[in-house]
Write a protein that binds this ligand. Sequence first.
Ligand code: NAP
Length: 229
Amino acid sequence: MAGQKTVLIVGASRGLGLALAQEYCDKDWHVIATVRSQSAQLEALRERNPCSLEIHPVDIVDVQSVRDLRARLDGRRLDTLFVNAGICKANELTPLQVDEQDFIDMMLTNALSPMRVIELFADTVASDGVIAVMSSDLGSITWNQGWWELYSASKAALNMLMKAYAARHPANTRALLLVAPGWVRTDMGGQNAELDVSESIPLVVDMVQRHAGKPGLRFTNRHGETLPW
Ligand code: NAP
């Protein structure tokens, strides 16, 4: 549809990513959503929105699959890129207790891989567009209280890499957002989390889109309030 905006959501099979896909569809955006393997919930959403949702496979840890997606989408213009994919393992453990591979997996999935997606896709985002990545309150070093410390370290590393990316691209005109969605009931957030998805994602999407045309890096919650690094 002429004038329809396009968002690429990386990691949209379930949880917050699926809700992002639903929310952008509801706002009549064209949604390009990625999954690692088939997602019945995302397929159901596509059934309801046959023209506005397309699904592509990508595993962000596998950089070749990210390059393949970049090649498939060559020539497409994004208004928003939203990298949502993330994992949490060994959340109650300490550096002495954790299986090294679990820590490596979190650093790869939550810090290095999202930034590789951003590096590879930034030039497909409109000059007045938005590049958002799902961070967390727990990525704030200032606020840290020792909770989920290894996962928190991976989100703090993501924040650092995004800050370095912004510093390396001083002429960048896109908004660069590290988004803290709140503690939300998903597979990762668990059933004791404070918020239902519906109390987070609509606010996240409104906040992200309010930043279109506003260059610069921000670490922000769903309300648009700046968080301390
Ligand atoms: P979730 O329910 O566990 O969903 C995680 C999503 O990330 C799934 O779609 C998963 O795909 C995808 N993913 C994981 N590893 C991937 C990879 N290597 N390549 C591509 N996709 C991958 O978690 P969630 O609560 O929705 O979390 C979404 C994001 O928000 C994460 O970055 C998380 O750290 C962040 N976050 C969550 C909360 C919260 O309270 N829930 C709070 C702050 C930040 P599969 O289905 O294939 O596994």
